[in-house]
Ligand binder design. Structure first.
Ligand SMILES: [Zn+2]
Length: 375
């Protein structure tokens, strides 16, 4: 992998390329954009390119410096990322190692909130930026999810950003630029990263042997991932057959036939699942409607290929015939806002009850319309 092979971020890469060619790289960058679209990958590739023993904007991938960069063991390339405060320094290294091995799957810290502490900023960035580089011409610091810095950590970093040593480049990445202090943002040159198209995600997943995706699975995960390769990897490892079956049962109303079963399904979703799993279920609900719309808009012969719920083609076709766009669109909007509500820690029981009720009402309306049409 090299900068010229970063997939789906042409704008960001060309901004960096122009600065590189003209020798006008900034000392501080803010790579901002959705999670899982290649911000860290690009930052680390930039770091490798700056230190590569051969000339040019893209790292050669073969020299000694590139080999160290690839293993994340380059003494002048430093990656800082948030971890729960209970993690000890020696565990940090093993987390880093497992990320390299697995192709940067996000570590799962459960309910422990990961942060970047002031100690980390002082030890890993402030102190090291004041030393001379060991091998390469540049010291590069990549601060992943910089919005996870504690206020003290951000303050400590600010001093280095205000007077960066000549041979230092700091790249902050974030999917929530609004959560960073304005004083930090104003010191950085912003590079926007875009959502990835499904084909780009498919390409990324199949190109990286560590991720172990074949074409079919990559296509499915790309469709599920809503613009994020990171999410594609997570969704794929999480979406089990039983989850798809459960959501299909909810979407057809099989699991929510009457008020009692609807309420108990909503309670189960609200209290037996974690927040991530709840969002995942909502994603799967959206995909059900995507399949329905796909069936409604396609010729029958070509319709069943590429469906996420291919095992439920009959039920999907039934809904495609029954539910018109004016009923489906508000439901999609509803699920989207439910996702945001869960993200903001709203009461999940209320969120899910309301979603399931709206879906049941839409199905009832559609059935009534059909009956009226027949009469
Ligand atoms: Zn090289």
């Amino acid at each position: 992998m090299a900068l010229d092979r970063i997939v789906g971020q042409d704008h960001a890469v060309s901004l960096l390329g122009r600065a590189f060619e003209s020798g006008r790289l900034s000392h501080a960058y803010l790579f901002q954009g959705p999670e899982g679209v290649g911000k860290e990958t690009t930052a680390l590739e930039l770091a490798a390119a700056l230190n590569c023993e051969r000339e040019g904007f893209s790292a050669c991938g073969e020299c000694g410096s590139c080999a160290m960069a690839r293993r994340l063991s380059h003494p002048d390339i430093h990656l800082v990322f948030p971890v729960p405060s209970t993690i000890k320094p020696d565990e940090y290294a093993s987390i880093l190692e497992s990320q390299v091995r697995s192709g940067f799957r996000e570590p799962d810290f459960g309910r422990r909130v990961p942060i970047i502490s002031v100690e980390t900023v002082n030890d890993e960035i402030v102190a090291k930026s004041n030393r001379r580089p060991y091998v390469g011409p540049w010291k590069v610091f990549v601060v992943s999810d910089a919005d996870s810095m504690s206020p003290e950590a951000a303050n400590a970093l600010l001093k280095t950003l205000e007077e960066p040593p000549d041979d230092t480049i700091i790249v902050l990445t974030t999917s929530r630029p609004g959560a960073l202090p304005g004083t930090i943002v104003s010191r950085c040159q912003r590079i926007p990263f875009a959502r990835l198209r499904p084909e780009a995600i498919e390409k990324i997943l199949t190109a990286d042997p560590r991720l172990d995706f074949d074409g079919g699975r990559a296509r499915e995960a790309g469709a599920l991932a809503r613009g994020s390769a990171g999410r594609a990897v997570r969704v794929d490892s999480k979406t089990t057959k039983s989850e798809l079956e459960r959501v299909a049962g909810i979407m057809t109303g099989r699991r929510t036939r009457d008020v009692g079963s609807l309420l108990s399904e909503a309670q189960a979703l609200a209290y037996r699942l974690g927040r991530e799993e709840q969002q995942h279920i909502l994603d799967l609900m959206l995909l059900w409607y995507r399949d329905v719309l796909r069936l409604a808009s396609l010729e029958e012969s070509s319709a069943s290929s590429g469906l996420v719920y291919s095992g439920h083609a009959g039920e999907l076709a039934e809904q495609a015939e029954l539910l018109s766009l004016d009923l489906i669109e508000p439901l999609i909007g509803k699920i989207d806002s439910a996702r945001r509500a869960i993200e903001r820690y709203s009461n999940p029981a209320i969120v899910f009850t309301s979603v399931l009720l709206d879906m049941a009402i839409a199905r009832r309306k559609a059935a009534d319309r059909r009956r009226a049409g027949r009469a």
